[in-house]
Design a protein around this ligand. Structure first.
Ligand SMILES: Nc1nc(=O)c2c([nH]1)NC[C@@H]1CN(c3ccc(C(=O)N[C@@H](CCC(=O)O)C(=O)O)cc3)C=[N+]21
Ligand SMILES: [Mg+2]
Length: 299
């Protein structure tokens, strides 16, 4: 049976480290990191994430600024808010919750965020810095995946990594991080020919396609490390009428018979994404103030 990689505990430990570093920044420099989250509309799933983010931000000693705008907000109003947050010295990180309503072009909004405050790492400047080996802000989910992989495998040099999914948010940035860690990287996707065979070559298999339980146990090389990025809400009539539950992109039951280690859903990548958002906010705060985040204690 595969070992389960406990993202919930890992994230809790990471938050404890961050809380110590925030306290240090506060004591030593009088700085309190601030994270602004912008939520447009009232998508129930987004509400849950935003609430969790706000609570955890406060728990690590940072300031949390929540901006809720109605569903019919137009693009100019969001851009105006982003401009004010860019200029606010108490705000070190800005996250605009995606997806945005149809009348708002998210590319325009992401481009308006100061790259130094872009704690999602979605701005093209940060994407370009990641692709060219520069020092920007790295998207949270890929960052969390790398932390769990390093914790589990140590050095990743020479390993075959297959990333299934090519989004700008997960697949592409994660492929760059794996490449920088000296993996041999394959990016596969829904149109890849013979996807099961591509997956079978992977020492590290990352599923980020957004299709519930698509990746089966017999696609997995014996002993491989599997990272399941999928967050799919499916109907769960067994829990009662109208109830739903979360499943990943990997069929966990069959995958556990082949993998060496696997991240579960829930309790794997998801909690790490939020912890890494806080890590990025700390990094952004340090850089904005001309401090080196690696000078802070790692305790
Ligand atoms: N600008 C922006 N940045 C984001 O990072 C962003 C976003 N927009 N839009 C939505 C997605 C989704 N996302 C998740 C974060 C944590 C969990 C998480 O903690 N999941 C828990 C379960 C939570 C539950 O039960 O619903 C788990 O996997 O264990 C899930 C999903 C961040 N996103
Ligand atoms: Mg696809």
């Amino acid at each position: 049976m595969a070992q389960l990689i406990d993202g919930k505990t890992f994230a809790a430990n990471l938050r404890r480290t961050i809380a110590g570093q925030v306290a240090q920044l506060n004591r030593g420099h009088g700085i309190t990191p601030g994270l602004a989250v912008v939520l447009v509309g009232n998508d129930p799933a987004s509400e849950v994430y935003v609430r969790n983010k706000g609570r955890q931000t406060i728990e690590v000693g940072m300031q949390s600024f929540e901006h809720r705008l109605p569903q019919n907000t137009d693009e100019a109003q969001v851009l105006d808010l982003v401009a004010r947050l860019n200029a606010d010295p108490n705000v070190h990180g800005i996250l605009v919750q995606l997806p945005l309503p149809d009348q708002i072009n998210s590319a325009h909004v992401l481009a308006a965020i100061d790259p130094k405050k872009d704690v999602d790492g979605f701005h093209v400047i940060n994407a370009g810095l990641l692709a060219t080996g520069g020092k920007g802000l790295v998207p949270c989910t890929p960052l969390g995946c790398m932390m769990m992989l390093h914790d589990h495998l140590g050095d990743l040099s020479g390993l075959d990594a297959v990333v299934v999914g090519r989004s700008n948010i997960v697949g592409k940035p994660l492929a760059h991080l794996l490449l920088a860690a000296n993996c041999t990287v394959t990016i596969a996707h829904s149109r890849s020919r013979d996807l099961p065979d591509i997956c079978r070559k992977a020492d590290i298999l990352v599923a980020a396609v957004g299709r519930p339980r698509m990746i089966k146990g017999d696609w997995i090389k014996p002993g491989a490390t599997v990272i399941d990025v999928g967050i799919n809400r499916i109907p769960a009539p067994e829990k009662g009428e109208g109830k739903s539950r979360l499943v990943g992109d990997v069929d966990l039951a069959s995958a556990q018979k082949h993998a060496g280690a696997i991240t579960p859903v829930p309790g794997g990548v998801g909690p790490m994404t939020i912890a890494c958002l806080l890590a990025n906010t700390l990094t952004a705060t340090c850089r904005i103030h001309g401090l080196d985040p690696s000078d802070l204690d790692a305790r």
